[in-house]
Design a binder for this molecule. Structure first.
Ligand SMILES: Nc1ncnc2c1ncn2[C@@H]1O[C@H](COP(=O)(O)OP(=O)(O)O)[C@@H](O)[C@H]1O
Ligand SMILES: [Mg+2]
Length: 287
């Protein structure tokens, strides 16, 4: 009998995103039976040999429920223990401590004082995605005080960073890794404009992009650190700003940039097959 895989989405993305048709075709080519379900649908997830988190792009509005759901699914990729730390960007502090170059960040938990720095800066929250509640400000801009207060009122830790202006010309590089190997790259234009407030969702462009040797090496170093924490990853998107410097490690529900690189969806599907093979051999996640 063919192995059964579910792709988890949300009510706003019932048919996945642009990666969806490519993923479905590639998984079918690997002989896998695939279904797509809203993570909040309440179905019996134990029917599947593997549930892959995909377009669950409302989890930040139901954060505790989402974490509980990940813990309730018997065979999930990436696993619940990965989602638990990855959805809170304080993991970046641990990666920095492990020697990964990251953007210098001041962490301001609720209750801490905030003074606008004397250089262009970014304010964002520790639990966010898609640039929600994220904005860049000119040096000394006191309008950021209300932004910080709103994040604190929502119980968020504020991340205060210098604005990395090289992103304006060079953009961001996404390094897509499947089954621990680099698959392909993606380009994202600068999302923020200094002084322009929170960006419109989708107000940036994406494209394919070649991964440089330095970017590939850094991406694999990041995966090595995570392996040292005890976690193998089915999929990872290592987001890099010019440097290269890590801005984000997306191992919960990243867009996969599959449409720009022929063969990338097949590599994802092969990684799913390998994951299933490894989990059949023993534990629920490969070791
Ligand atoms: N310190 C920064 N300097 C320049 N641009 C930034 C900075 N922080 C965030 N951005 C921009 O905002 C976008 C969203 O920020 P990011 O940290 O990736 O959070 P998320 O994607 O989870 O919302 C990035 O893709 C980048 O374009
Ligand atoms: Mg990002």
């Amino acid at each position: 009998m063919s192995r059964r895989v579910a792709l988890a989405t949300c009510a706003a993305w019932p048919s996945l995103d642009v990666d969806g048709p490519l993923l479905l075709a590639a998984l079918a080519d690997e002989g896998l039976g695939v279904e797509v379900h809203d993570w909040r649908s309440g179905i019996d997830w134990s029917r599947f040999d593997l549930v892959v988190i995909r377009t669950t792009w409302d989890y930040w509005d139901h954060y505790e429920e989402f974490l509980a759901w990940t813990r309730s699914v018997p065979r999930l990729a990436n696993p619940a223990e990965v989602v638990a730390w990855n959805t809170d960007k304080t993991y970046l502090r641990r990666l920095a401590e492990a020697g990964i170059p990251t953007i210098p960040t001041t962490w301001l938990p609720p209750g801490s004082e905030f003074t606008p720095p004397d250089h262009p800066f970014v304010v964002k929250g520790n639990i966010s995605a898609g640039a929600r509640d994220t904005a860049a400000y000119p040096a000394g801009d006191v309008t950021a005080v209300a932004h910080v207060a709103a994040l604190h009122a929502a119980g968020r830790t504020v991340m205060l960073q210098p604005y990395v202006s090289a992103v304006d010309a060079e953009g961001e590089t996404a390094v897509l890794c499947f089954g621990g190997a680099v698959s392909h790259g993606g380009y994202k234009s600068a999302v923020l404009t200094v002084g322009a407030g929170e960006p419109e969702l989708g107000g940036w462009s994406v494209a394919g992009r070649a991964v440089s040797d330095a970017e590939a090496e850094l991406a694999l170093r990041v995966l090595d650190v995570v392996r040292g924490w005890g976690h193998e990853l089915l999929y990872a998107r290592v987001d890099l700003l010019p440097g290269p410097v890590l801005i984000e490690l997306e191992v919960t529900e990243p867009s996969l940039f599959l449409s720009f690189t022929p063969g990338s969806a097949s590599r994802f599907a092969q990684a799913v097959r390998a994951w299933l093979g490894a989990s059949t051999a023993g534990s629920t996640t490969p070791s």
